[in-house]
Design a protein around this ligand. Structure first.
Ligand code: NAD
Length: 495
């Protein structure tokens, strides 16, 4: 394949390489062949994704197991692991602009979002670098002693072992770091399976991690098909933990497969998050806030605020305002600094989203703005808003994972809470109100792992992130995210 010609300043050396698998500290040819990688904004092929076979996964798991059992990484002084993770953060920062361009080119996200994402990667890595020296248990000696027996009792927190980390395509570098940073901070050895659609930034970070000092075999990165490489990782008896981000359907399948050796499992899955506007909201905040809650990253965000609930008196005004806001958003290539809504990741995803729009139309919901694919070579879909929806419609119940919002008026607070919680998911929720008591009362009653008031989608490494109900198991980020990679041991010693 000819090297892709990205117009200056978008020529990126790493992108133009022949990509291979990163196993045991070296590049290896994949045994599963290659697959085209696309620029979703133009529909052109930009690279070839190496596809790991089950044998490749086995090689990577063996390398990870060897390093874990030999305590190559977990036995390293915590401050040394911290120094290496910090150095990796510096290397990513030094290359942040090139990384951001790859994210735009391969995922389609707007460049400003990609820059924020890459800055966050370094920030999150440094956060977990700091936590390497905060891993310790508790002393229960005083509670245990008595009756003539003196006991020294304590808990030790140990890395869980070899962790298999499976990530999606919608935030390739960000989701990679959200898993890899706490896993390495905990002392695990890891095998990462990035999405076959967006493998490139993960492979580059693997190489930089080696430059930063991560020993061979501790971090292995193998793109590949979910049904082949992902499944092989989940089935592998030498993998102690799976952390998965992706669809609820695959998450449920992984739970069954992980039963083989009762691997620990963390799941970050789908969502159908409510965004609630009260009459007393500051509409200059609420309208763009609710708009970007759904249209950011073209709705390809697990916590996208895809169900809008507006208090009746303000309903027409908010829906009209949102329609105006949505139609003002520039849809186009993420490289255009004016672009607010990039393409969807693939032709398949565009078809999936437009078929949901068609089903809404067929079911009698009213299209207020948008309503189909947007023109252009790429996989674009217009920001779309439906009104006059019902709770039983497919577009209201199912995760669409595209720029499609369904709007519903509400009058009674109890009804609102029932409607907002009437979903099998429970990832995020937005509340727009200027009344502090209302905000706290509603936050208390929402079944969601993350509630945002007068804002939407904020994440911070000191705050846990994850979902209620079918949005997942466990939490990422923060000390909870670190603990997901730790086992607890109780030690009792009679003195
Ligand atoms: P997906 O479930 O199809 O794939 C996710 C990853 O799992 C990919 O790497 C894929 O190759 C792999 N995979 C697929 N089948 C597998 C199998 N049998 N065994 C092991 N691995 C397998 O999801 P997607 O389409 O890539 O991503 C979109 C979904 O991810 C949406 O539902 C979205 O809500 C969810 N998501 C959730 C979060 C979160 O934090 N909760 C974040 C981003 C995306």
């Amino acid at each position: 394949m000819a090297a892709v010609q990205i117009p200056a300043p978008h020529s990126i050396a790493f992108l133009n390489r022949r990509h291979r698998l990163w196993i045991d500290g070296e590049w290896r040819d994949p045994r599963g062949g290659f697959q085209d990688v696309y620029d979703p904004a133009s529909g052109t092929v930009i690279a070839q994704c190496p596809l790991a076979s089950a044998e490749d996964v086995d090689d990577a798991v063996r390398a990870a197991r060897r390093t874990f059992d030999a305590r190559v990484w977990r036995g390293m002084p915590a401050q040394e692991r911290a120094r290496i993770l910090w150095k990796l953060a510096d290397l990513i920062e030094a290359n942040a602009e090139e990384f951001a361009k790859i994210e735009v080119l391969n995922n389609g996200m707007p460049i400003a979002f990609a820059r924020w994402m890459m800055g966050s990667c370094s920030h999150w890595l440094r956060h977990f670098a700091g936590l390497t020296q905060q891993i310790f248990g508790r002393n229960a000696s005083a509670a245990m002693s008595g009756g003539g027996m003196q006991v020294h009792a304590y808990t030790a927190h140990e890395p869980v072992g070899v962790a298999g980390l499976i990530i999606p395509w919608n935030g390739p570098a960000g989701t990679f770091i959200i898993k890899v940073a706490p896993a390495l901070a905990a002392g695990c050895s890891v095998v990462v399976k990035p999405s076959e659609l967006t493998p490139i930034t993960a492979l580059w970070i693997a190489e930089l991690a080696a430059e930063a000092g991560v020993p061979p075999g501790v971090l292995n990165v193998l793109p590949g098909l979910g049904s082949v490489a992902g499944q092989a990782l989940v089935d592998h008896l030498d993998v102690d933990k799976i952390s998965f981000t992706g669809s609820t359907a695959v998450g449920k399948h992984i739970v069954k497969s992980a039963a083989s050796n009762l691997k620990r499992v963390t799941l970050e899955l789908g969502g159908k998050s409510p965004c609630i506007v009260f009459d007393d909201a500051d509409m200059d905040v609420a309208i763009p806030g609710a708009g970007m809650a759904i249209f950011a990253n073209s709705g390809q965000v697990c916590f996208a605020g895809s169900r809008l609930f507006v208090q009746k008196k303000s309903y027409d005004r908010v829906v009209e305002g949102l329609a105006k806001f949505a139609s003002s958003l520039k849809v186009g290539s993420g490289f255009d600094p004016e672009t607010m809504v990039g393409p969807l990741i693939s032709e398949k995803q565009r078809e999936r989203v437009t078929s949901y729009i068609e089903s809404g139309r067929r079911d009698g919901a009213e299209i207020v703005t948008g309503g189909g694919a947007a023109p252009g070579q790429g996989f674009f879909v217009q920001p779309t808003i439906f009104a006059n929806t019902r709770a039983d419609l497919k577009i209201v119940k199912e995760e669409i994972f595209g720029p499609v919002l369904v709007a519903t008026p509400w009058e009674d607070l109890d009804d609102l809470i029932r409607l907002a919680n009437d979903t099998r998911y429970g990832l995020g929720a937005g509340v727009f109100t200027t009344n502090l008591s209302t905000a706290h009362r509603v936050a208390d009653r929402l079944q969601a792992g993350n509630v945002w008031v007068n804002t939407y989608g904020l994440m911070h490494p000191s705050m846990p992130f994850g979902g209620y109900k079918e949005s997942g198991w466990g939490r990422e980020m923060s000390t909870e995210g670190l603990e997901a990679y730790l086992e607890k041991k109780s030690v009792f010693m009679a003195l």
